[in-house]
Write a protein that binds this ligand. Structure first.
Ligand code: NDP
Length: 460
């Protein structure tokens, strides 16, 4: 069999791999990409995109509530999970098709197979067994959910399974206090599921600004979500949540405080691990760090000189747009004679809980560690959509400013459309805007975002 030869072999057709493959092909390289699951990767298939659709679906619950305060009479509402799952699947099928077509129209050879490294230049396609000689290789295999090690952990679902549950449970216990636990806790609660979050630390969303963390936790509790802190799951066994021991329809969970709880479903949202198992990295001289992530330099080059890695498998900043930029920078640098790096500073982030978080730059605690004088500006107020109702919902906005240089170091927003606002505020922060320049920007009235340019007096 003639061995195919390519300039670039990309393992993994997620956000980073697809961008790199297309750009390298546009620069004239002969490129092959292999994907073992579905084109589009975690973001499109079982991450950001379907998650946001579920979040949007869940928020109708609040809209129906608020509509009455504006004079509407909303008739009986009923939510049908299978209808939402089917609609979501149509959309991700459409997006997957676009990913494939974009690769093909760029001239990339797309192969449906798991690919493993035999050495630094040889890739084996497990579906069919073909071997491909590659001048250069890009590993963009992403990550997968981490399962803590306790008895019965395999009885729990993860974010891989939650999108396609045949039916919603009456209740769910979610372990973890990060992005996924908060997002799914909030959305499932609004879809009618009784949610309990079990978190090992003192306050959820470690790493975010403390004011935001407290604000979100309070709002989640006000929405009926139970948050247990300083507790971990120790074991899960099948049980019945409907007092019918002969027909187990749920799970009994043993917690680290000795308590047991019955619940319809358990979900683990305890972080993600880089997808490196069985890839043959050692045969190719590609080293990993103590967390199993592929070690790379600023230019995404691994310890093997002709192999690069981008995205979640490198565990730098596990966000889709970051993987895309890393992939693009790699392709321009290596195949387009246009060297540049993905800058990992001041990357805006959102947690699509309800309330939503949008954040960019330093938290107050980080700023106080790094700068001698820090000014804090903070506003809390009722969003306009809830002023006619008896909703107690509050919006939070916070600016973290270096008092020495007047530079805005961080912007933190919690409430409706927080992510949309932060995308724009991130431009100013990235440009090094000062608080004075925020003040000089005329407010756009009446919006929530205008608070970002009208906070005059530091509160700390
Ligand atoms: P996160 O890292 O956000 O959170 C993991 C949570 O699990 C933390 O609260 C952590 O606690 C806890 N945890 C970790 N290990 C254990 C353990 N052994 N036992 C009990 N608890 C544990 O991960 P997620 O799984 O929520 O999400 C994975 C990644 O995907 C995110 O980090 C993010 O990069 C990305 N993502 C981004 C989204 C977005 O941009 N909106 C949405 C969803 C995911 P502790 O705080 O103590 O470490």
């Amino acid at each position: 069999m003639t061995r195919q030869r390519v300039d670039l072999f990309v393992i993994g057709a997620g956000s980073g791999g697809v961008r790199a493959a297309r750009i390298a092909a546009n620069h004239g390289a002969r490129v092959m990409v292999a994907e073992e699951f579905r084109y589009g990767g975690t973001c499109v298939i079982r991450g950001c995109v379907p998650k946001k659709l579920l979040v949007l679906a869940s928020r109708f619950a609040d809209e129906f509530e608020l509509a009455g305060s504006f004079g509407w009479t909303v008739g009986a509402t009923r939510f049908d999970w299978p209808t939402l799952v089917a609609a979501k699947n149509r959309e991700i099928g459409r997006l997957e098709g676009i990913y494939r077509r974009n690769l093909e129209s760029a001239g990339v050879i797309a192969v449906d197979s798991r690919a493993v490294l035999e050495d630094a230049h040889t890739v084996q396609l497990l579906a069919g067994g073909d071997r491909v000689h590659a001048e250069k290789i890009l590993i963009a295999t992403g990550g997968r959910p981490r399962r803590p090690d306790f008895a019965g952990a395999d009885l729990a679902i993860t974010s891989n399974e939650v999108f396609d549950l045949p039916a919603l449970p009456e209740s769910i216990m979610i372990e973890g206090g990060g992005f996924i636990a908060v997002e799914f806790g909030c959305l499932l609660a609004r879809l009618g599921v009784k949610v309990t979050i079990v978190y090992r630390g003192e306050q959820i969303l470690r790493g975010f600004d403390d004011d935001l963390r407290n604000h979100v936790a309070d709002a989640m509790r006000a929405a009926g979500i139970e948050i247990l802190t300083r507790i971990e799951i120790r074991g899960i066994e099948r049980a019945s949540v409907r007092d019918d021991a002969a027909n187990p329809d749920g799970y009994r969970v043993t917690l680290s405080n000795g308590e047991t709880r019955d619940t319809g479903l358990v979900m683990l949202a305890t972080g993600r691990l880089p997808n490196v198992e069985g890839l043959g990295l050692e045969r190719a001289g590609v080293e990993t760090d103590e967390k199993g992530a592929i070690r790379v330099g600023l230019d995404s080059r691994t310890t093997a000189s002709n192999i690069w890695a981008v995205g979640d498998v490198t565990n730098r900043l596990a966000l889709t747009p970051v993987a895309i930029r890393e992939g693009h920078a790699f392709a321009d640098t290596v195949f387009g004679k246009r060297p540049w790096f993905c800058d990992h500073t001041n990357v805006p982030e959102a947690v699509f809980g309800t309330p939503e978080i949008g954040t960019v730059g330093l938290t107050e605690a980080q700023a106080r560690e790094r700068h001698s004088r820090v000014d804090i500006y903070r506003a809390t107020f009722r969003p306009m959509a809830s002023v006619l109702s008896d909703s107690t919902e509050k919006m939070l906005m916070k600016l973290v400013v270096d008092a020495g240089t007047d530079r805005v170091l961080g912007v933190h927003v919690c409430g409706p459309d927080a992510a949309e606002m932060i995308q724009m505020a991130a431009i100013a922060v990235k440009m090094g805007a000062t608080k004075r320049q925020f003040d000089e920007t005329v407010a756009l009235h009446p919006t929530a975002a205008e608070e970002l340019v009208t906070m005059r007096t530091p509160v700390g």
